[in-house]
Design a protein around this ligand. Structure first.
Ligand code: GLC
Length: 801
């Protein structure tokens, strides 16, 4: 029983004794004497869905989170009835359903160890005020169990001992510990005795999670309405738990165009056109790579979405074209609030078609946002999403805008105490009419989805690029995201780091912070340190509210400009590495950022680390989070790592001091890694090059790496026009073998690899590529062993003594 909630009006009710059991293919039904029904669906051998009905009848089974592309099917399903319980056995899990009170216990099917068990289990309270139930679940929390995930919570990695709420909230200048903020992602992972599992509570009402906070040995979650409906996802590796959750709620429908992984510059607001051009020109003059420039609300005519302020932007189409010729893609903001203005066609059309949200008794939902009083489309109606997507035709097809940024979609309302719609606002919820209590957390997601559909239609055959502030589980299918209105403080740099890792662990890898801080202005040092972190986030954008001064990379003096350039250049060099990590995320659901606990859960030291993370498969990053430092202590995960800057090899599994003056950041590469690098470009596609670099870090033993590539935009990759190369390094004391396996029909324009070998323990005496001896003169030794060979090689041998 969850006691310190304000909900305890009518006491708790519990399922009674199971009197009936039936099975329908993959779904089992257990009915208790008091009419409670437990439905268990075997989604996969390692994924079970639990759903409870207290009235004997389930709601219509509808979820915005679960994708129709989710994998289903299992290898084994056996159900047996014993005296005290039922036993459900798959190839990965054994689930015991106690006959008394429907208590659940979950065991690893292979070693028989307990993974997770109900404490009180399912119980509920009737909601006197709204009808229906407040549905609750409580589980035993073990002493050594730890918890992670839950979307954008700005707290340290481990969630144990805390309580959280999911209610998407506009949170200007939020702080460490502020809860809730912009997103609602009711999914957490846990580790208990080296086994990881996850729980996804798919309920879009306001949800609550208590990780052994109220009672030391209990973890519970509950919702202010709807059904107790959760998925239990078993690993035992946390990486598999996250991949399975991402499979269930969806991987990105498209890879981003490669330019979207470049550097982006934003401000509230760049206007008029001359100001935009001045900024983009300075990037090129100072040779700081940049791919996207953003227009915030002031590009519009009186903040009316889908209009332009013609005084400031007399010819948007020409401007966007000129920017594109200089390598800049234009991204514009679009908010949900539609200004009440009978002269404004978007407003008139939506009014005519009855597309705006209404209050329970019939009036329109009226609220103040940037344009003044607005009405708001009900994106939970398919025809409204269709209409909304159509509004992008001109912006995308005609004006040539490349991306759209959705903001204020929690939805945010100004000058009201609850910052959003009142509870009674009605929504269609795709044919499941409901109040805002149920639709609030998915409103932003459905807006971003409708925007995505518009872009997809009108930028075809190019790839859509959308950004959203609010999100529910599954939003990662359509869009990238940023973390909202942070502040230019050191504490917020820390927050940006934990948020990016947490989002990746919650299935949402395409995300980043407002680099430098949105509110207030950073000192140059803080800006540089933030850039040094931001270049390792998949979404990498500087944004700030203009009223606190400028925040372009060059406003902090030449020293800082040089540092920013150095790190943005590094990002551009590592683009093929990031693109490969993104591909793995979109293909297999593997998070791009790996918190240390997700990287190596067997090592208990990783369980409480928040700062360090692994970027992609092989690069370890630890940001500097304090001023006036020349380095820091950090934890190096087990194994051998190369210091990226010096090539010094360190043995992990311990904490150590790492030097990192203002122009550096602690960065390590896993031994055996093959790291692909492009030449520096000012924007994606600026240059055509003949070769790319592969940095090969010697390892005694074996290590695998991958390199994904395709046309960097367009949809041909979905038809097999991609290239996937796997590299296997095998190092011996006087030999190094590099094997390549190729897949896919895409052929990149470059012909060669420039192989750079790091830290060979021998001097090279001969080189063989596909059994042909290569003359030693081809080996350039400018401090490093490096050789250029055709990219289609299969096997390279370096022999030495
Ligand atoms: C919100 C957004 C911010 C944006 C501003 C003006 O505060 O979070 O990114 O710049 O609105 O549109």
């Amino acid at each position: 029983m969850i006691t310190n909630t304000e909900l305890e009006h009518k006491g708790n009710q519990f399922p009674s004794y199971i009197t009936n059991y039936s099975k329908d293919v993959d779904t089992l039904y257990f009915t208790a004497k008091n009419g409670v029904v437990l439905q268990i669906t075997i989604v996969r051998d390692s994924v079970l869905r639990f759903r409870y009905a207290t009235t004997g009848k389930f709601d219509n089974d509808f979820s915005y989170a679960i994708t129709k592309y989710a994998s289903r099917g299992y290898n084994k399903l056996e159900v047996t009835e014993e005296k005290e319980h039922f036993l459900i056995t798959t190839s990965k899990l054994i689930c015991k359903v106690g006959k008394d009170h429907m208590h659940i216990q979950l065991y690893d099917a292979i070693d028989g160890n307990l993974i997770n068990e109900d404490e009180i289990g399912f119980h509920w309270e009737e909601s006197y005020k709204y009808g229906g139930n407040i549905v609750k679940m409580s589980k035993v929390s073990h002493k050594t169990e730890s918890y992670y995930g839950l979307g954008d919570k700005p707290v340290q990695a481990s969630l144990k001992g805390r309580r959280f709420e999911n209610w998407a909230t506009d949170s200007y200048a939020f702080g460490k510990e502020t809860d809730p903020i912009y997103k609602a992602i009711p999914f957490y992972t846990a580790i208990h005795e080296n086994k990881s599992y996850g729980i996804f509570f798919d309920n879009s009402f306001r949800t609550h999670f208590d990780f052994a906070n109220e009672r030391r040995n209990v973890t519970s979650f509950w919702a202010d309405g709807g059904e107790m409906n959760y998925y239990f996802i078993y690993g035992p590796q946390m990486q598999d738990v996250v991949a399975n959750y991402t499979d269930l709620t969806g991987k990105p429908h498209h890879l981003p165009p490669l330019w979207a992984l470049g550097f982006h510059q934003c401000k509230w607001s760049y206007y008029p056109e001359s100001n935009v051009k001045e900024v983009t020109k300075t990037f090129r003059d100072l040779k700081i790579p940049c791919d996207a420039i953003y227009l915030d609300i002031d590009y519009m005519d009186g903040f009316r979405c889908f209009t332009w302020d013609k005084d400031h932007f007399p010819d948007p189409k020409r401007m966007v074209k000129e920017l594109k010729e200089d390598g800049f893609k234009t991204v514009v903001i679009i908010d949900p609030g539609i200004k009440i203005d009978h002269e404004y066609s978007v407003f008139n059309e939506a009014l005519d078609k009855d597309y705006f949200c209404k209050r329970a008794d019939g009036p329109y939902m009226k609220g103040k946002v940037w344009p003044g009083e607005c009405y708001f489309p009900d994106y939970t109606r398919p025809e409204v999403r269709d209409w909304w997507s159509g509004l992008f035709k001109e912006l995308i097809e005609d004006v040539g805008v490349s991306g759209v940024w959705n903001d204020m979609n929690e939805p945010a309302v100004m000058e009201v105490p609850n910052k959003t719609f009142p509870d009674d606002v009605r929504h269609d919820y795709d044919g499941n009419p409901c109040s805002h209590r149920k639709a609030h957390n998915i409103y932003g997601m459905q807006m971003a989805r409708a925007t995505y559909q518009g872009l997809k239609k009108y930028c075809y055959p190019k790839r859509p690029f959308v950004i959203t502030r609010s999100a529910y589980s599954g939003t990662q299918r359509y869009t990238s995201s940023w973390f909202g209105d942070n502040v230019a403080t050191w504490e917020h740099l820390w927050i940006a780091n934990v948020q990016a890792q947490r989002m990746a662990m919650s299935g949402f890898s395409f995300a980043g912070s407002d680099i430098g801080g949105f509110a207030e202005q950073p000192q140059g040092e803080l800006f540089a340190r933030w850039i040094q972190l931001g270049v390792f986030h998949s979404f990498c954008r500087v944004h700030s509210s203009g009223d606190h001064g400028d925040q372009e990379p060059w406003v902090f003096g030449d020293d800082i400009t040089d540092i920013v350039r150095k790190f943005v250049e590094l990002r551009y060099q590592l683009l093929p590495y990031l693109y490969t990590a993104f591909y793995k995320y979109a293909d297999e659901g593997i998070p791009i950022l790996k918190s240390l606990v997700l990287y190596d859960q067997e090592d208990i030291h990783t369980h409480y680390r928040s700062d360090e993370f692994v970027y992609g498969d092989h690069i370890l990053v630890c940001p500097i989070l304090e001023p006036n430092t020349k380095g820091r202590r950090m934890y190096i995960p087990r194994g051998q790592w190369y210091n990226f800057w010096t090539d010094e090899v360190v043995e992990g599994g311990k904490e150590m001091w790492v030097d990192a003056d203002i122009d550096s950041v602690p960065l390590f590469v896993k031994e055996g890694a093959v790291i692909p690098k492009y030449p520096v470009q000012q924007y994606v596609g600026e240059k055509e090059f003949d070769e790319i670099t592969l940095d090969i870090y010697y390892k005694k033993g074996k290590e695998n790496s991958t390199l994904y590539d395709d046309a960097h935009d367009g949809l041909d990759y979905k038809k097999g026009r991609y290239s996937l190369r796997s590299f296997k390094v095998t190092g011996k004391s006087n030999e190094l073998i590099l094997q390549q396996h190729k897949e896919g029909k895409f052929d990149a324009k470059y012909t060669d690899f420039n192989l750079v070998f790091h830290n060979l323990p021998f001097s090279i005496t001969s080189i063989q590529v596909d059994n042909v001896e290569i003359p030693m003169e081809k080996l350039k030794v400018n401090g490093k062993n490096s050789i250029t060979i055709n990219k289609e090689f299969n096997e390279l041998h370096l022999f030495g003594k």
